[in-house]
Design a protein around this ligand. Sequence first.
Ligand SMILES: NC(=O)c1ccc[n+]([C@@H]2O[C@H](COP(=O)([O-])OP(=O)(O)OC[C@H]3O[C@@H](n4cnc5c(N)ncnc54)[C@H](O)[C@@H]3O)[C@@H](O)[C@H]2O)c1
Length: 333
Amino acid sequence: MKVGILGLGYWGPNLVRNFLSNKQITKVYGCDANSKRTDLISQKFPGVETFNNYDSLLKSDVDIIAIATPVDTHFKFAKEALESGRHIWVEKPFTSTSEQAKELLEIAEVKNLKIFVDHTFIYTGAVQKIRELIDHGELGKIRYFDSVRINLGLFQHDVNVIWDLAPHDLSIMFYTMPGLTPKAVAANGIANYYQHENVAHLSVYFEENCFAHFHVNWTSPVKIRRMLLGGDKKMCVFDDMENFEKIKIYDSGVEMNSKEKIHEALVQYRIGDMYSPKVNSTEALSLGVSEFLTAINENRNPLTSGYDGLNVVRILEASDLSIKKHGQLIELK
Ligand SMILES: NC(=O)c1ccc[n+]([C@@H]2O[C@H](COP(=O)([O-])OP(=O)(O)OC[C@H]3O[C@@H](n4cnc5c(N)ncnc54)[C@H](O)[C@@H]3O)[C@@H](O)[C@H]2O)c1
């Protein structure tokens, strides 16, 4: 298969490198409006042919177009790619609205084309291990998901910090809590420097007795990438800043012996062993590329498809509405 990468800024070169190293890929094209970016790619990867306008890429013989441009351009480029008969890889977040996501999904269904949304973290060894533990019932029922992703981050011109950072954590939430249904969203945030929020808190409420919270910040002096999954059997901490022990499983919990007479209830804490399972360290993007190509060959949706992209966008969209209304709860339709 032949692939064209549109957008060779910060993230696009990682896609070039990972598609180039996949044996199923026979040719990689690069495209960016900025000739400095295409020149850089030509120097670094001499086998990659480059263009400076999207029309030239559309006219080439590519089977797949990967879109790594700013979020507000994803829909336009993705629609043109699908309409020209190409499978698409779209960076997170999939689109700027859920209506756009649905439109792309409809076109892909009609044309039998595949959409891959780059929820990169799903392909990390850590997230795969967490899902495995959950599937084996090791953590029990998940009661809460609590995530912090903060540092001195790059401000995006077109989206706020929730749209930039939370897609990672929301995609992990959906993947590690299968079968649970989000029903409402509340968000608060502040824009200290320009029109988009740079610090925000997002809460997701579920139909089931479960809750998720996300703290994202581009203006934190410390870098934290940590999430907690509280199960009713065991608890899991995923710390992505750790080089080796990224996941720790705590055999700890709370037991309440009488829920009816709360004044008589005895809360007992169980503090048991902690262990850190080994996780696969293969680069997540290379596994994402393999999954997408396999899905195309097998004529099925990839593990992170346009439907997963839509689920995340629905929550992001609701968070915008909630922030405008100072944290009001927004029901998900
Ligand atoms: N999956 C991840 O972990 C991850 C990490 C970083 C960024 N991203 C996503 O990747 C996308 C790009 O982010 P970035 O940080 O690389 O942005 P960036 O601004 O560094 O790069 C975007 C590139 O797109 C090019 N571009 C813009 N409009 C164009 C057009 N009309 N035609 C051709 N080229 C055009 C720009 O010249 C620029 O080089 C975003 O959606 C972002 O959310 C994903």
